[in-house]
Design a protein around this ligand. Structure first.
Ligand code: ATP
Length: 355
C-alpha cells in the first residue's frame, strides 16, 4: 500500500514544524526521512501514523484519505527509539499483544509469535522479560511485535538511535532483511545518513520543515540538489570560490580554477564550492599548473582509502583528500612535506541551480 503526504503543514504555536511538505512512499518500499534534529521528521511520521493532525494537507493510504482517521484505524505498526516493550509481559506476550487485541485464535497466536521469534533468533527468550534482554535484542522484539498483526504500514522513529554503533549496524541489516521478506511499506526516521543510505530504497532529505530532496541513495549522493544536502551528507571540502568571467576560482585571491561547468554567465562574486575528498589529486609536481601548494598535516591510512589532511597556506584552507592505497604507496607521503593538490571536479550551488 502506498503512502502519500500531500501539502502537509503543521505549526506548534508560532513555530512552523512542517511547511507544505509532500512525500510519496510507493507500495512495498522502504523510505527514510533524513535530516538534522528539529527538521520535522518525527512530526511528519506522527501525522502519517495518525498520532498528530496536520493543520492543512492530507495523508493518503493508497487512494484512501485517512487524514481524519484515528491511529487505531490505520493498521500501522510503530517502532520507537526506546523499545516501548511492556516490562511486565514476557517476550512472547509482547509479540502476541497486537494479535490478542485483535482477538486472534490461540493456535494462530502461538504459531505466528514463535515464527517471528525464530526469524529474529530469539525463540529461546520467549519466556524472558524485556529487562533480561540486551538493547539490540529488545529492539528486534519491538520490530517483530510491530509486524505480528500484519500491518499494512510500518513506521519507525529512530529505531536504532539508543544503541551502540556495532548493534546499530547489525540491526540495519535485520531491518532490510525483514523488509525484503515482508514488503510492508515502511517509513523510518533517522538523522544518520549512513543508516538511511544503507537501508532505504528512497531517501527524503528534510530541513527546517521542508523537503530538500527526494531520491534513491545513489541519486542523492551523486547529485545533491542543494548546498544543504551536500553539507549534511558530510565528508566534503567546503571551499570559497570567486566566480569571475565565467570561471570558478578557488580562494579569495587565488587563480586555481575549479573544473566545473558554469551555467550562469553572471559573475556571482564569492560563493562556496563543495569538493569531495576523492575529487582532488595529490602530486609531487605541479602537473598541469592548475594546483595549490599544500603541506601534509595528517595521514590516516586505516580504511579502504587513505585520508590525507593538508594545509594550503596561500588559500588559508585545510583540505581533506582521499587517495587509493596504491597511489599513497607511490607518493610515499609524510607529514610536513609540501605537495601539489589539483581539483578534478566540484559543485557550486548558486541560487536556483547547481553546477
Ligand atoms: P529529532 O531528530 O530531534 O527528533 P525531528 O526532525 O524529528 O527532530 P520534530 O520532532 O518533528 O523534529 O520537531 C520539529 C520541531 O517541532 C522541533 O523544533 C520541535 O521542538 C517542534 N515540536 C515538535 N513537537 C512539538 C510539540 N508537541 N509542541 C511544540 N513544539 C513541537
Amino acid at each position: 500500500m502506498s503512502i502519500t503526504a500531500q501539502n502537509v503543514s503543521k505549526r506548534f504555536g508560532d513555530f512552523v514544524a512542517l511547511d507544505n511538505v509532500s512525500v510519496e512512499c510507493p507500495a512495498g518500499q522502504l523510505v527514510a526521512l533524513l535530516g538534522p534534529s528539529g527538521s520535522g521528521k518525527t512530526t511528519l511520521l506522527r501525522i502519517i501514523a495518525g498520532l498528530e493532525e496536520p493543520d492543512t494537507g492530507s495523508v493518503l493510504f493508497k487512494d484512501d484519505d485517512v487524514t481524519r482517521h484515528s491511529a487505531k484505524d490505520r493498521k500501522v505498526g510503530f517502532v520507537f527509539q526506546h523499545y516501548a516493550l511492556f516490562k511486565h509481559m514476557t517476550v512472547f506476550e509482547n509479540v502476541a499483544f497486537g494479535l490478542r487485541v485483535r482477538k486472534a485464535a490461540e493456535d494462530k497466536v502461538q504459531h505466528r509469535v514463535m515464527e517471528l521469534l525464530r526469524l529474529v533468533r530469539l525463540e529461546e527468550k520467549a519466556k524472558h522479560f524485556p529487562g533480561e534482554l540486551s538493547g539490540g535484542q529488545r529492539q528486534r522484539i519491538a520490530l517483530v511485535r510491530a509486524l505480528a498483526p500484519d500491518p499494512e504500514v510500518l513506521l519507525l522513529d529512530e529505531p536504532f538511535g539508543a544503541l551502540d554503533a556495532k548493534v546499530r549496524a547489525e540491526l540495519r541489516s535485520w531491518l532490510r532483511r525483514f523488509h525484503d521478506e515482508f514488503h510492508v511499506t515502511s517509513i523510518f526516521v533517522t538523522h544518520d545518513q549512513e543508516e538511511a543510505f544503507e537501508v532505504a530504497d528512497q531517501v527524503v532529505v528534510m530541513n527546517k520543515g521542508k523537503v530538500e530532496q527526494v531520491g534513491t541513495p545513489i541519486e542523492v549522493f551523486e547529485h545533491p540538489a542543494t548546498a544543504f544536502v551536500m553539507d549534511f551528507l558530510g565528508n566534503v571540502n567546503k571551499l570559497p570560490v570567486r566566480v569571475e568571467g565565467g570561471k570558478a576560482l578557488l580562494g579569495n585571491s587565488g587563480t586555481v580554477e575549479l573544473p566545473t561547468k558554469l551555467f550562469s554567465t553572471n559573475d556571482s562574486g564569492k560563493i562556496d564550492a563543495y569538493i569531495r575528498p576523492h575529487e582532488l589529486d595529490i602530486s609531487r609536481t605541479a602537473e598541469g599548473g592548475n594546483c595549490m601548494i599544500a603541506k601534509v598535516l595528517h595521514i590516516n591510512p586505516a580504511g579502504s582509502v587513505v585520508k590525507v589532511r593538508l594545509m594550503a597556506e596561500d588559500f588559508g584552507l585545510v583540505i581533506t583528500v582521499d587517495v587509493t592505497p596504491d597511489r599513497y604507496r607511490l607518493l610515499t607521503l609524510k607529514p610536513t612535506e609540501m605537495v601539489y593538490v589539483t581539483p578534478k571536479s566540484g559543485k557550486i550551488f548558486d541560487g536556483d541551480y547547481a553546477i
